[in-house]
Design a protein around this ligand. Structure first.
Ligand SMILES: [Fe+2]
Length: 342
């Protein structure tokens, strides 16, 4: 097929990302960029991709949208898709795109070297590129960290001693759903249900976003929450005296829950070599440019995290099971409803 600008292909449901340095939104008659990226990652992409273009001369442009919408679009466009790279947040979404046969199998020793095994597809169709941890945050005036169960910290929040002290995210958040899917994967459905029922019995207060949750902890309205680490970093960058500390969950047990943003090369890409080159760059030379702006962890163990999150210290992670997060998503949603968690 011929390459065409995304603007012409974009439907009303999708917003085109703002013009990026060296790779802006195209007008009619202009040459399309070398790589077209469908992305559901809602963080700042400008710096990393501008740098990639500067270093390689390969231009990129974006179509931003919701994970499920972009995947449906890829499937509907089939062989005619202008997309070369599919980028999304949450390993379950990446696994879903691969399961629905939208991603190419890559042969890339560099990606295999750069991305730990549990953070990529066993069949090399997608690769995690930025890692986030979902762990415990607390108000140090109201909580002594020795109160936490160090073996099963998430489960431990079901203990009656936390009654009236908990704040968590809503059941519709993919962050909540993947955490619960990981608890089902780890403990089985019955125990996972008991855990969530315990949170509900403790009158957990449900918040609509992670920032509100941190502000409530800072204000003393909640003692303990579960947050993605980068929201705490973001708040601390603005308000260094924020009265919220981070606790690494389950360090004497299965480890802290993590998830990734990642990407794969679209199966019917017209430009698979350059698309693979982009993924390789993001996983190696471009790791800091890609992850630091959002205070995420590099997936590449040879790359240092940025100074603010480096202060959170080293931690053990629960091995990521993308297949489980994808497969168990519906069960997690169902379990949350059964437990009365809203
Ligand atoms: Fe987020």
């Amino acid at each position: 097929m011929s390459r065409r600008p995304l603007l012409a292909a974009a439907g009303a449901a999708f917003a085109l990302a703002a013009a990026l340095s060296g790779c802006g939104v195209l007008g009619i008659g202009e040459e399309p960029a070398d790589l077209q990226i469908y992305t559901a990652r809602h963080y700042d992409l400008e710096e990393a991709f501008g740098k990639f273009t500067d270093e390689t001369g390969i231009t990129v442009e974006f179509l931003s949208g919701d994970d499920a919408e972009l995947l449906e679009r890829l499937k509907a466009e089939g062989d005619d898709t202008p997309a070369d790279v599919f980028m999304t947040v949450d390993a379950g979404n990446l696994w879903n795109a691969a399961r629905q046969d939208q991603l190419a199998t890559l042969d890339s020793p560099k990606l295999e070297r750069s991305v730990p095994e549990d953070l990529r597809d066993p069949q090399s169709r997608w690769f995690g590129l930025a890692m986030r941890a979902r762990t415990i945050t607390y108000n140090p005036d109201n909580v002594d960290p020795s109160e936490f169960d160090t073996e099963e910290t998430y489960a431990g929040l079901a203990d009656p001693k936390w009654k009236g002290r908990l704040c968590m995210r809503d059941a519709t958040a993919s962050y909540t759903q993947s955490l619960v899917a990981s608890l089902i994967d780890l403990h089985g459905r019955e125990k996972a249900l008991e855990i969530v029922e315990g949170w509900v019995a403790n009158d957990v207060e449900i918040m609509s976003n992670d920032i509100l949750l941190l502000e409530a902890i800072d204000a003393g309205a909640c003692d303990v929450g579960i947050n993605n680490h980068y929201y705490l970093a973001r708040e601390l960058a603005e308000t260094p005296d924020l009265n919220v500390d981070l606790f690494w969950a389950s360090q004497d047990g299965a480890g802290a829950h993590v998830n990734v943003s990642g990407a794969g090369v679209v199966k019917s890409s017209d430009n698979p070599e350059q698309a693979q080159q982009l993924l390789e760059w993001l996983a190696d030379e471009g790791q800091n440019a890609f992850v630091d702006a959002n205070h995420e962890y590099p997936v590449n163990p040879d790359v240092e995290p940025e100074p603010l999150i480096a202060e959170f210290g080293d931690f053990e992670r629960m091995p990521l099971n993308a297949e489980a997060y994808g497969d168990l998503n519906a069960e997690a949603v169902d379990l949350l409803a059964e437990a009365g968690y809203e």
